[in-house]
Design a protein around this ligand. Structure first.
Ligand code: ZN
Length: 88
């Protein structure tokens, strides 16, 4: 059975360069969408805090005072800070 082992080793030696030449698997692109970054956030004209749409504080904001930002980055640029309750 030693010869069989030898052939297997030989085959292994032959196959290795082929495996090295095989195309590398495509790099895994980060598929997780940062939805937190792109969610619309809401704020009141009377405060400097922005909230998630689901925050209870948003419901307390009067419609005439309610303002929205397409992203929280936009809100931050406008000088708003994140709500500590809903953590947008
Ligand atoms: Zn909030």
């Amino acid at each position: 059975m030693r010869w069989l082992f030898g052939i297997l080793l030989l085959l292994g030696g032959l196959l290795q360069p082929v495996a090295a030449l095989a195309p590398a698997p495509a790099p895994t692109t980060p598929t997780e969408r940062s939805d937190q970054q792109e969610q619309v956030v809401y704020s009141s004209r009377r405060s400097n805090v922005y909230h998630r749409a689901t925050c209870r504080y948003v419901r307390q904001i009067k419609p005439e005072n309610l303002i929205s930002f397409p992203t929280k980055a936009e809100a931050e640029r406008g000088g708003y800070r994140a709500c500590k309750v809903c953590r947008p």
